[in-house]
Design a protein around this ligand. Structure first.
Ligand SMILES: Nc1ncnc2c1ncn2[C@@H]1O[C@H](COP(=O)(O)OP(=O)(O)O)[C@@H](O)[C@H]1O
Ligand SMILES: [Mg+2]
Length: 314
């Protein structure tokens, strides 16, 4: 009968052999302990690096937050200033006509009544005239200040303007942006056109909100008149309700709690300054803003004329 004792195997080894196995096992254990220790060190090292990285990311996030807050403040200030500008322009414009009436009537009356006036009344009348002329100069100054400055036009790529604008705007991660596949070169003021693209894209981002969505920009020649370029800015937001479509380009019209209602009105005046038009199409979901702007054949023909004059000299 074989031995069924649980010590059956142990009994097979001599003390010396057992000692050897034990020593070998201890050595193995020591080695793996060293391995574990070195792994532990590496892990601690990596943890420290990770913590450093985390701190860096937190710092960067805080910096970005601060930058966004600062930019928001700047934008709000600029929009407020622009609102004040527009209001002053309106008031100055409205005051100019009645002031002209006062000024002209005063002149006519003075001619008629001059010989009947005593010295004191004549002096008082002269004071009135000086006040009128001071007021009209002040009004002209205000109007000069808020009037649209002249465009600084140059031949410029529209897709380059788009590209620069997208670099500046932080596109939220829930929105896929599709840049224009085609380009067109137009004779425009690139800084002013940037303002147009910024306003349209910011409106599109605000319209889409937190849901997933798309914004795309297309550029193509107007098939009916190839001296014009069409630019479509389309978003997948809720769209512009029919009943407000003809109001949205008016200054100070807004449906937003913190809106100024000046974005689209600025776009419209800039595009009009370029001899173009801007319109909206929206039925149901999504909105497309279409800009139609001349490439400026005048510029091309002027360039051709200059070239032919230069050629005649050589
Ligand atoms: N992409 C868009 N989708 C839906 N509505 C829009 C869009 N763009 C503009 N609007 C509407 O037009 C209004 C005027 O826009 P805007 O002149 O830029 O002023 P603001 O953005 O300050 O409201 C907005 O309040 C909004 O109702
Ligand atoms: Mg806006």
């Amino acid at each position: 009968m074989p031995d069924q004792s649980p010590y059956f195997f142990i009994k097979e080894f001599s003390n010396e052999e057992l000692m050897k196995i034990l020593v070998a096992k201890i050595k193995e254990l020591k080695e793996s302990k060293a391995d574990v220790e070195s792994l532990n060190m590496k892990l601690q090292d990596n943890m420290a690096k990770l913590e450093e990285l985390q701190q860096e990311i937190i710092q960067q996030r805080d910096n970005l937050k601060e930058e966004v807050r600062h930019k928001d403040e700047e934008l709000l200030k600029a929009e407020r200033l622009s609102a004040i500008g527009q209001l002053s322009a309106r008031i100055a414009h409205d005051l100019r006509n009645p002031l002209n009436v006062i000024s002209n009537t005063s002149k006519i009356l003075r001619v008629k009544l001059e010989k009947h006036l005593d010295e004191k009344s004549s002096e008082q009348w002269a004071r009135l005239d000086r006040a009128i002329s001071r007021l009209s100069h002040q009004l002209e100054d205000v109007l000069d200040y808020v009037r649209m400055p002249k465009l600084k036009r140059e031949k410029y790529s529209l897709s380059l303007i788009c590209h620069d604008v997208i670099e500046r705007i932080q596109m939220p991660s829930n929105i896929s942006f599709h840049p224009p596949l085609k380009d067109a070169t137009v004779f425009c003021d690139p800084e002013k056109m940037e303002i147009v693209f910024v306003n349209l894209i910011v409106n599109a981002i605000q319209a889409i909100g937190k849901n997933d969505g798309d914004i795309s920009i297309e550029i193509f020649d107007d098939r009916e008149d190839d001296s014009f370029v069409l630019i479509n800015v389309t978003d997948s937001g809720p769209g512009v309700p029919q009943e407000i479509q003809d109001k949205i380009f008016e200054p100070l019209f807004t449906t937003k709690q913190v809106g100024t209602g000046l974005g689209l009105s600025s776009c419209k005046s800039i595009i009009m300054q370029h001899g173009g038009t801007i319109s909206v199409q929206s039925s149901g979901k999504g909105a497309t803003f279409t800009i139609r702007i001349p490439k400026n054949s005048d510029w091309d023909s002027m360039e051709a004329r200059t070239n032919s004059v230069l050629a005649s000299f050589s």
